[in-house]
Write a protein that binds this ligand. Sequence first.
Ligand code: BV8
Ligand code: ZN
Length: 253
Amino acid sequence: MPFPAELIDRMRAASRVAVLTGAGVSAESGVPTFRDAQTGLWSQYDPTALATPQAFQRNPRLVWDWYRHRRQLVESAAPNPAHYALVDMEQHYDSFTLITQNVDGLHWQAGSRNLLELHGNIARSRCFECGAYADRWSDDDNGPPPCASCGGLLRPDVVWFGEGIPSRALRSAVAAAEVADVFLCIGTSAVVQPSASLPAMALRGGAYVAEVNIEETALSVLTHCSLRGKAGELLPALMQAVTGQERRSGEVG
Ligand code: BV8
Ligand code: ZN
């Protein structure tokens, strides 16, 4: 695919690159995006209504089981060429920050390390009462397991709607966006705040802002260029156009 010359020039000249990813970057790994119609039992629920502390307090077992279902989906998923192209990008630039809204852990699994997980990670759980982390728990059918420290209920270590983003991660994400030479928005509907404000911060900081998405989003009009297509296809092609090297797909590091 021919990329806009200015995108290639800006990416070749850049020393600081920041990337914001959303659920679309994991779609080709078979992980349903947050707004994809939920399947089976979960099709009757609005995810934004389930991903709240109120929903957990009202029905801890329902919310826990929803995350158990999503954890199982993620456990059978593997990083796709989009994740690996972002690992290449991290190794190509002196200063690279990957900011993700995803909670599936696939960026880390692919080999990304300068990674900010703004919304947490469903592979981890912590106590709803005392906040103590649990690195393992009984994964049976009895709803949220008890906290080993205080007996409270375990919850997924994700940021729910109405909860604050971890402040250190958010500060680092804002700092990276404000100084970026190039800011890429990959596979996000750019609806959820405060993540959705990062591209505008990058623009204000003078960054060249580009988007990769299969459809137009609220962000598209803000960007210098909005590439229509799948992240798993466009990102490897973009990195090849910028560096002239082809990645052997699936190789980490
Ligand atoms: C906070 C974890 C304050 C849980 C998630 C200001 C204005 C308006 C609203 C607010 C505001 N400030 C706060 C709010 C409220 C709220 C909010 O933004 N609501 C929205 C619905 C309007 N924000 C919050 O509550 C945040 N907290 O600000 O609190 C505060 C401050 C201090 C102290 C206390 C409180 C917390 C937000 C975090 C919520 N948690 N996830 C879980 O996952 O279960 S967000 C969740 O939704 C996901 O993590 C994800 O980030 C988000 C969905 O967005 P996307 O990732 O973009 O996914 P989506 O499905 O929408 O889109 C996928 C895209 O991919 C599509 O565009 C599609 O076209 C594209 N695509 C698909 N396939 C491909 C592709 N693209 C490329 N290739 C493909 N193959
Ligand atoms: Zn506890």
